[in-house]
Ligand binder design. Structure first.
Ligand SMILES: Cc1ncc(COP(=O)(O)O)c(C=O)c1O
Length: 320
């Protein structure tokens, strides 16, 4: 006899399958060909009308900062922290944002509601316009846009279960006195795309980047943690790369579980001593890593339980 539980499990399975098919179909549509609304300089415009001219300082000289936020059950996780970092990034780039943080928070919520995003991504973006087209951009107008869309897992969910594989990038994070390293300035991502493309061409999912001194820094869009044999967590000191919001949350979770978290400089050859590894990030969430070049790691219970607790947190926070 088919029980109520069987039927409801079938319902959940069917719902998830439908959602996965929808997200897969959406992935095949280029981002500029989608439909909906985008918040653009204080107005809600049609997706197709959220355009810029090709002679634009943000495009030519990377005078552009952005954020990446996740929506869980219709609410943006850690919205205020993301907006604060957006404004910090802008300030570090000498960009004066023509809105208050409260206005940007409201705009993010508004566009998520208009788009009816339940579980997805939010991309606020600030850039210099077209008034001057040279290195100096003192008179350029500052533009702000916020787009949002339904979105699933950053890494393939099947790979995520087994742990993803990383290479070690030939590109290093720049020294902290060469770039505003603690921001989400677009220019910083050039090296990430180079590294990620090289990793993918070699059959890896992502790339581990070293800092300018050869210590382990982070992945191309996520922070990294290692588990030692005695269940301590080791993670690089964020002194030349982003101290992720997820990184900080996962450290809090780990400490609340009595796990010893050690922030220190880590040399790549130390990886042979570690038994576990995972990445953290808004997009990556908590993603186990099974291999970095020749170093192998296990997807152990400690990492799975941190992942479970993070998933509970992101949904509990939104319910509060
Ligand atoms: C280069 C880089 N490092 C780390 C992170 C993780 O930061 P967060 O946890 O705030 O998303 C990100 C994502 O924003 C990133 O792009």
């Amino acid at each position: 006899m088919v029980s109520y539980i069987d039927l409801s499990l079938f319902g959940i399975y069917f719902f998830n399958l439908k959602k996965s098919i929808y997200l897969l179909q959406m992935e095949s549509i280029p981002y500029d060909k989608r439909s909906g609304k985008i918040w653009f300089n204080g107005e809600t415009v049609d997706w197709k009308d959220a355009n810029i001219h090709i002679l634009n300082h943000g495009l030519h000289y990377a005078s552009c900062v952005f954020e990446g936020e996740r929506v869980y059950d219709g609410e943006i996780f850690k919205l205020e922290e993301h907006t604060e970092r957006l404004f910090y990034s802008a300030k570090r780039m000498g960009i004066k944002v023509p809105y208050s943080q409260d206005e940007i928070n409201s705009a993010c919520k508004k566009i998520v509601n208009i788009q009816k995003v339940q579980n997805g991504y939010v991309r606020p973006l600030i850039w210099r316009g077209s008034e001057m087209m040279a290195i100096s951009a003192q008179r350029n107008k500052i533009h702000v846009a916020i787009a949002t869309w339904e979105w699933g897992s950053y890494f393939d969910p099947q790979l995520k279960l087994k742990g993803i594989k990383l290479n070690i990038s030939n590109w290093r994070r720049p020294a902290p006195n060469t770039i505003p390293w603690d921001t989400k300035a677009a220019g910083l991502y050039m090296i990430c795309t180079l590294s990620k493309h090289e990793a993918e061409a070699e059959g890896f999912t992502d790339s581990l980047m070293l800092d300018h001194e050869g210590n382990i820094a982070e992945a191309t869009g996520a922070n990294v943690f290692f588990k030692s044999k005695n269940d301590d967590l080791h993670t690089p000191v964020p002194d030349s790369f982003l101290d992720g919001i997820t990184r900080r949350e996962v450290i809090k979770i780990a400490k609340s579980k009595g796990i010893n978290v050690i922030e220190r400089k880590i040399k790549p050859e130390e990886m042979k001593e570690f038994v576990g590894c995972f990445l953290t990030g808004t997009a990556a969430e908590v993603t186990p890593v099974s291999q970095i070049n020749e170093y192998k790691f296990k997807v152990c219970n400690l990492i799975s339980s941190l992942n479970d607790d993070y998933q509970k947190l992101v949904r509990k926070d939104t319910a509060a």
